[in-house]
Design a protein around this ligand. Sequence first.
Ligand code: FE2
Length: 329
Amino acid sequence: MEKLISFGIESTSHTFSVGICENERILANEKSAYQPKKGKGIIPREASEHHTRVAAETIENALKKANLKMKDVDIISIAIGPGLPPCLRVGAILARFLSSKYGKPLVPVNHCIAHIEIGKLTTGSKNPVILYLSGGNTQVIAFTEGKYRIFGETEDVPVGNAIDTLAREIGLQPPYGPTFDKTAEKGRYIEFPYVVKGMDLSFTGIVTDAIKKFKSGSAQEDVCYSFQETCFAMLTEVCERALAHTDKKEVLLVGGVAASKRMQEMVRIMCEERGAKMFVVPWEYAGDCGINIAWTGLLAYNSGISMNIEKSKIRQKWRTDEAEISWIK
Ligand code: FE2
């Protein structure tokens, strides 16, 4: 592969981040996350204001880390969706500006696909069933017939969002993921509804039930433990069926919730039973970050994908299975 430097911008949700890679080599991955007010969820307008505020400094830091100037960059990769429109717009405007000012090609990247591709790059997984679990998305994905197809997904809220909501309601401290995991370690099992419909999942009913149980006296740790056991078992079940259906031999966990030790343990046991191998994206690339976008943009550009600046638009609801994947043969 000819040497190519990709500059990636991520701004789809709470995180503004800039990553730079030269082919497979990661040169920088600077990020700054918006923190909602205590006890509150993300407010898109506030998040976009945060992104605007930190953009210049984050870009500068990334270039410094990579020891590069903007003119050394070959392509500008930008996550144009899916995501929150006010946040997407900040990144898109910046990317258009940099692309036209420095005369660099603009490459559109799907945020979800970027989670998958950085997972493959950093773990060595080649052809996995992907469990993509985050605060913004919950999907079971596999590459078949030219696309990353969704085999199962949440019908309502993403699992990471369900965990955050429940954590807030029962008075845990942020960051909710790790605190939830820790609290669950000491819990005992109480029964929660188990909601798998075909290959799809639903979490809101379980959250409501869990809050009700907490309010009527169940202990924090029992609620966390049982919620995890139920939701993670649901995800593992759907993942196992996708594995059986596609006949693949690898499972790749990506997204913030991939960091949960219990989630990993359940998938590992399932994989061992099926003779499959489990891969987990390293923690630093599990959440939203610019390097995911830079690397996926590089793959896309090398296989002929770029975008006209005048026609560049954000795609708020751009689904995983709608993205063109010309780099996998
Ligand atoms: Fe994400």
